[in-house]
Every structure is written in C-alpha cells, then in structure tokens.
Design a protein around this ligand. Structure first.
Ligand code: 5GP
Length: 120
C-alpha cells in the first residue's frame, strides 16, 4: 500500500463527528450524509464506518462482500427516505481516472432531477 492509501481522510472525521455533516441514515456499519457540493437535488454519500483497506473499490477482496452488499442495500434505504425510488443513480468513482478525490470507499446516491445518460 502506498502512503496515500494508508492515510486517514476527511471521512474519518465525519465518522467521528469531529466534522459535522447532515446525516441521512446511519447504522452500525455505514454512515450516509449529504455531499457538501451537491450535483443534484439529492446527493448523499454512503461510507463504511470501518474502511478495512477499501480506499477504493479497486481494493475489494472476498472479505469485503458483506460490507459491499450492505452499502448497496443502504443506498436503497436512502433513496426511499429521500423519495427518489423512481429515479436515482448510485456511483462509485474509482481512482484518478474517475476523479475520485477522497480515498475512503463511498457510494454517491444522486436523484431529484432527470439524470442524463451517458454521464460524461
Ligand atoms: P469523490 O470525488 O471522491 O468520488 O467524492 C468525494 C465527495 O466528497 C465529493 O463529492 C465532495 O463534495 C465530498 N466531500 C468532500 N469533503 C466533504 C466534507 O467535508 N463534507 C461533506 N459532506 N462532503 C464532502
């Protein structure tokens, strides 16, 4: 692992509630909170509370199956809470080529407007 992938991120402070965020959903495994720079009327980030090596989805291994499934199920709960079940998108940006900026795995849940495809 390189230095960047070992480094804590701003999301650790959000999990610890040292930095305030607008929490939409939380359970023992994940935290969902509003993106500070929303790209749609609903833009929620869902993160594992324990990163366990998942700086990015590219680091996923068999042991991560449970948390990855849990994150995806949480995205449905968030979409339901936000009233966007009829049109929402779940995105994971992976690495510099996809403009990932925080190296703690996170799902973006986007909705509340017509979403275009392809996204660009
Ligand atoms: P990425 O570009 O890595 O896929 O997504 C990181 C996201 O984290 C960005 O959409 C960015 O706006 C969001 N973000 C970065 N710092 C903070 C913060 O301190 N609070 C919140 N709520 N979102 C943040």
């Amino acid at each position: 692992l390189n230095a960047r992938s070992e480094a804590p991120t701003i999301f650790d402070k959000i999990i610890a509630k040292e930095i305030l965020s607008s929490i939409v959903y939380e359970d023992e495994k994940v935290l969902a909170f509003r993106d500070i720079n929303p790209q749609a009327p609903v833009h929620v980030l869902i993160i594992p509370k324990f990163r366990d090596g998942l700086t990015t989805l590219a680091k996923a291994e068999a042991r991560h199956g449970d948390i990855l499934g849990h994150l995806l199920c949480a995205s449905k709960i968030v979409a339901e809470k936000e009233g966007i079940l009829d049109g929402f998108r779940v995105v994971i940006n992976n690495g510099p080529g996809a403009c990932q900026s925080v190296y703690h795995l996170h799902l973006h849940v986007l909705g509340g407007r017509q979403l275009k495809w392809p996204p660009g």
